[in-house]
Structures are given as structure tokens and as C-alpha cells.
Write a protein that binds this ligand. Structure first.
Ligand SMILES: C[S@@+](CC[C@H](N)C(=O)[O-])C[C@H]1O[C@@H](n2cnc3c(N)ncnc32)[C@H](O)[C@@H]1O
Length: 324
């Protein structure tokens, strides 16, 4: 609808909710519109949603009504709910977000889960964890929270985004645990990683215009645009992985659902002796490429022309038996 001015009078909470739901309902289903109307009112009043629902018969003052109308109008004009509320939940933690950063997505939680599972299966006393393109800091701070002995580094090319990640680090009491580094991909990182996670931009440039208004008009283009085929940032990162990985280092890279085969082929071509695994989400969509670097000294057996590792047999994780 894109109504510039919404006016809610001094009415009861129930009445303003009905009006707001109607305004939002032009762009979404009724139940979604009602839920968002309630969340926006709770935000405007500075109370919980449960408190709003407990006071439906109470009236709200003119000032609050005006502020609420302004918030509902922003949402009706497709501004994402998380930017208006100012925060977004990710893997059980609450992150401040605004237009300087991509809103952390539910599907990205799979990267955090896979990295934590890997640490459980291949324990490491004090792993080095790197998050490339940290945005709000969602992945880096989540991993720091769950891996108290890890040294966590996060890189980001946008100074604006890094400022948001810094706010989140403070808010989550993780400032001393995570080093936030401004720069391109792994360039600012001097330490070799045991675990790397990266949710880099992966939308092909030509498809940027096809994105929903909510994303295209509000979220930073630098967080979305992945170049000609959407894989440019991944291609550059793959070129840096081996020189930055500790022995047995593993990288988890988020991709879009249709990029699975191309991303696997790219990884196998750029790092021929790595083990590459494609992970699917619960809906069966390709979501994450795992790259186990196996970057150990190699010995060429000239008789058989086979490349064998200097450590011989590996366990099921592609690591030398007894390693790490
Ligand atoms: C898709 S967003 C992901 C943000 C966050 N990791 C998340 O999952 O919510 C990609 C992020 O990578 C950053 N970025 C893009 N190109 C980069 C590069 N070459 N080096 C470092 N960061 C980059 C963007 O600024 C953006 O914050």
C-alpha cells in the first residue's frame, strides 16, 4: 500500500491493533499481519507482547498512537521488521541490527551448528575460529559464546557493519573474546584457522533486481551481491584457504540452494586434495559446502603415481589417526 501517514486516534489497544493489522494485511497474510502489529506495538510501548495481549481494553495516549502509526507505516512500506524493532534473534542470542548489516537469517544457523558439531567430533583445546564477512557478528559471537576456549577472529569489509558487530560484542559481554578486523576476506588474519565459517554475498548481480523489495531496498548491497555468477567472493576466499588453515582445518561456506554442484566443483578444482562435502537443510536444500583441507605434507609414490599423505591412513574425518 505504501501509505505515508497512518493516523491512529486515542483508542483501545485492541482497536489500534485491528487498524494496524488491516494496514499491514495488504502485504501479508492476516495471521502474520496481526503478529507483526502486536510486536510493533510491544516495541513502541517498551513492553512484552504478552503484556500487550493482557491489556487489550486499555487505551493508549495520542503520542504513543502517533509513534505506533509511524512504525506501522514503515513496515507497510516494506522496511524489514527486524530493522524497526532494532534486533534479531540468532541461535538463541539477541543481536542488534540496523540498515548497516544484513539481518541474520535462520538458515545461517546451520553454519554455526556444523562448526560446533565439528568441534565436538574433533575436540581441540583452544581452536582458532574465523568468521569471514561477519556483518552483525552473528556467527563469530555465537561461536565465541559456545566455545569458551576458542580464539575467535572476524573479518568484515564494511566499517559500518563492523561498528554494529562491535556493539553486539559489548552487549553479549564477548568483547575480549572476539577480534573484529576490518579488511578483505582473510587478508587481516595472521593466525591459521582450525574452523572457518563464511556467509559471503552469493546473489548473482543480474538477479539483484529480482529480490523482494524488503531485501533489495533495505539491506546493504555489499552483503548480497556475489558478482557475475554469485560465486565471486567464494572463488576469492577459496584461493586464500590453504595458506590460512591449520593442519586439519575445516571451512564451512554458506551457498544458495541452486549453487550446490557449481560450488562443490569450484572447491574441488581450486583445492584438489581437499575433501568437499555438500550439506542440505531439513527441506533437502543445498545450504553449506564443507571443505576439509587435509593440508599435510604430501609424498608422491612414483611407482603407483598415487599421491599419499605423509601421515598415511586417515580417520573418517579425513584427519591423521590420533591427530588433534
Ligand atoms: C551475507 S552477509 C553475512 C553477514 C553475517 N555473517 C550473517 O551471516 O548474518 C555478508 C557480509 O560479508 C561482508 N563482505 C562482503 N565482501 C567481503 C569481503 N571481500 N571481505 C570481508 N567481508 C565481506 C559484507 O559486508 C556482509 O557483512
Amino acid at each position: 500500500m505504501a501509505q505515508d501517514v497512518l493516523i491512529f486516534g486515542p483508542e483501545t489497544i485492541q482497536e489500534v491493533l485491528v487498524n494496524a493489522t488491516r494496514a499491514l494485511g495488504q502485504a501479508m497474510e492476516y495471521h502474520e499481519a496481526r503478529l507483526q502489529a502486536e510486536l510493533l506495538l510491544a516495541h513502541t510501548l517498551g513492553v512484552s507482547r504478552a503484556m500487550v495481549l493482557a491489556k487489550l481494553d486499555e487505551s493508549i495516549g495520542r503520542d504513543v498512537a502517533a509513534q505506533y502509526a509511524a512504525n506501522v507505516a514503515r513496515r507497510a512500506k516494506h522496511e524489514p521488521l527486524a530493522y524497526i524493532l532494532g534486533h534479531q534473534e540468532f541461535y538463541g542470542l539477541d543481536f542488534l541490527v540496523d540498515r548497516r548489516v544484513l539481518i541474520p537469517r535462520h538458515e545461517t544457523e546451520m553454519l554455526a551448528l556444523l562448526a560446533l558439531q565439528r568441534m565436538q567430533r574433533v575436540p581441540h583445546g583452544s581452536p582458532v575460529v574465523v568468521d569471514v564477512g561477519t556483518g552483525s557478528g552473528a556467527l563469530a559471537l555465537t561461536l565465541a559464546h559456545h566455545l569458551p576456549n576458542a580464539e575467535v577472529l572476524a573479518t568484515e569489509v564494511s566499517p559500518d557493519a563492523l561498528a554494529v558487530a562491535e556493539m553486539n560484542a559489548k552487549r553479549l559481554n564477548l568483547t575480549g573474546r572476539v577480534r573484529l578486523l576490518l579488511g578483505d576476506l582473510l587478508e587481516p588474519v595472521q593466525t591459521n584457522f582450525d574452523i572457518l565459517v563464511a556467509n559471503l554475498p552469493y546473489i548473482p548481480s543480474a538477479r539483484f533486481v529480482e529480490l523482494a523489495d524488503e531485501i533489495r531496498r533495505f539491506e546493504p548491497r555489499v552483503a548480497l551481491d556475489g558478482g557475475l555468477d554469485g560465486l565471486s567472493p567464494m572463488r576469492s576466499l577459496l584461493g586464500q584457504l590453504e595458506s590460512h588453515a591449520a593442519s586439519g582445518g575445516t571451512a564451512f561456506l554458506e551457498i544458495s540452494e541452486e549453487q550446490g554442484p557449481a560450488a562443490v566443483e569450484l572447491a574441488e578444482r581450486q583445492i584438489p586434495h581437499a575433501e568437499v562435502i555438500l550439506h542440505h537443510d531439513l527441506e533437502g536444500l543445498a545450504r553449506v559446502v564443507e571443505i576439509r583441507l587435509n593440508n599435510r605434507p604430501r609424498v608422491v609414490d612414483l611407482r603407483s603415481s598415487h599421491v599419499v599423505t605423509a601421515f598415511g591412513l586417515t580417520d573418517e574425518d579425513g584427519l591423521p589417526a590420533g591427530c588433534c
